[in-house]
Design a protein around this ligand. Structure first.
Ligand code: NAD
Ligand code: MG
Length: 390
């Protein structure tokens, strides 16, 4: 690709979601730099139509086939090609472009993200669950096709910005910061009564429902440890987590000479998304500027292992190097859904994950079909446990 960044062609998988909307916002502000190729959404067809009318992609795909007619009517009179269904989302992922922003939530993003990697596209990776489920396979596929994975997740984007690839042997630790979510100072007995409405209100970040609950249970940070292992090819023993409730330092790399490099900024996902869209250049964003003197002080402390058992669960799963992270990820998706539907309480989310891990035989999968089979098995088991026990 040439030096100048003009006319980068971008597709967004999951454009109707929180990351997708922030991405569209940046594309709308930089029409001379970016052209939109494909947009996909699962069920929010009105949001997709609105986005299409604004950024004029070549292709628009709605996942839910029942909504095809509504999409067609909404885009009638435009030149935009439309399609519906799972296969059409994969087709959108393969559509020629420079960068695919992978912003579908959950394991549903795995096949489309992998399809884009197999086409050798640069990926703006927000969909961490796909990496947690199939990290090895995704990294191998990216090596084969020369696809670059640029992290959108704020912590990993921070690491990406200060990680000196040529000095990787001099890196001692990656340090992920964690805000602790809305219930940081809750006692265990207070957590039982947490409602979905409380859980999806994050103090610093505005995000989709699933990742907001994940932030409140700390499962998000557990998934991010896995994500960091794969993206930076580091063992979990070299990845630390430090609590940092203000979400100003987004993560740090510690080097053997005692230097620690960090990336800072206001908690707004448009900062890491802009970094990825423009990389290796920079674009302007409308994000509030960081004023350290206005903030005054930043705080840090160790995560309490009794409050956040998922951190040691994920570390053990990584050391076992089996399919356990797949099971944790799948069981979590089912448990979060059940919590949002008020079928289980907040603390049950972790219990469902733990019990699913015990009940499912998680061998390390060697193919993507094995990954999907294990993911399915864990989902079925988690649902069964929820029906029987909670
Ligand atoms: P969201 O719920 O707001 O949006 C999810 C998107 O995925 C929507 O466009 C939806 O249409 C699509 N989708 C959902 N189910 C689908 C399915 N079965 N098939 C196809 N598409 C489907 O989620 P979000 O908060 O934007 O998060 C997206 C991803 O980015 C997640 O993996 C999340 O962990 C990651 N992430 C989000 C943030 C954030 O600030 N929101 C930060 C870091 C990482
Ligand atoms: Mg994050």
């Amino acid at each position: 690709m040439a030096h100048s960044m003009s006319n980068q062609e971008i597709s967004i998988l999951g454009s109707s979601g929180s990351i997708g909307r922030s991405t569209i916002d940046l594309l709308e502000r930089n029409p001379e730099k970016f052209q939109v190729k494909a947009l996909t959404a699962h069920s929010n067809v009105q949001q997709l139509i609105k986005q299409c009318l604004s950024v004029q992609p070549k292709l628009a795909v709605i996942g839910d086939t029942k909504l095809y007619q509504e999409l067609k009517e909404g885009l009638s009179g435009t030149q935009i090609e439309i399609a519906a269904g799972e296969e059409a989302i994969i087709h959108a992922a393969q559509y020629p472009c420079d960068m695919v922003v992978a912003a579908i939530v959950g394991t549903a993003g795995l096949k489309p993200t992998l399809a884009a990697i197999n086409c050798g596209r640069t990926i703006g990776l927000a969909n961490k669950e796909s990496l947690v489920a199939a990290g090895n396979l995704m990294i191998d596929a990216a090596k084969k096709t020369n696809a670059k994975l640029l992290p959108v997740d704020s912590e990993h984007n921070a690491l990406f910005q200060v990680f000196e690839t040529k000095n990787r042997d001099f890196i001692e630790k990656l340090i992920l910061t964690a805000s602790g979510g809305p219930f940081l100072h809750f006692k265990k007995e207070e957590m039982i009564d947490i409602t979905p409405e409380q859980a999806i209100k994050h103090p610093n970040w505005s995000m989709g429902a699933k990742i907001s609950v994940d932030s409140a249970t700390m499962v998000n940070k557990a998934l991010e440890i896995v994500e960091a292992c794969y993206l930076f090819s580091m063992p979990e023993s070299q990845i630390d987590v430090v609590m940092h409730p203000e979400s100003i330092i987004h993560s740090l790399v510690a080097y053997k000479d005692g230097s620690v490099l960090a990336q800072l900024g206001m908690p707004d996902m448009r900062v890491p998304i802009a970094n990825v869209l423009a990389w290796p250049e920079r674009i302007e964003t409308p994000v509030a500027r960081l004023s350290l003197s206005q903030i005054g002080k930043l705080t840090f402390f160790e995560p309490n292992p009794d409050q956040w058992p998922i951190l040691s669960i994920i570390r053990e799963a990584l050391r076992n190097n089996k399919g356990e992270t797949i099971v944790i990820n799948a069981a979590n998706e089912i448990a979060v859904q059940a919590f949002l539907e008020k079928k289980i309480n907040f603390l049950d989310i972790i219990t469902v994950i733990q019990e699913t891990l015990i009940c499912v035989n998680s061998e390390l999968p060697e193919t993507i079909d094995h990954v999907i089979a294990l993911d399915q098995q864990a989902r079925i088991m988690a649902k069964k446990l929820i029906e029987e026990k909670f």
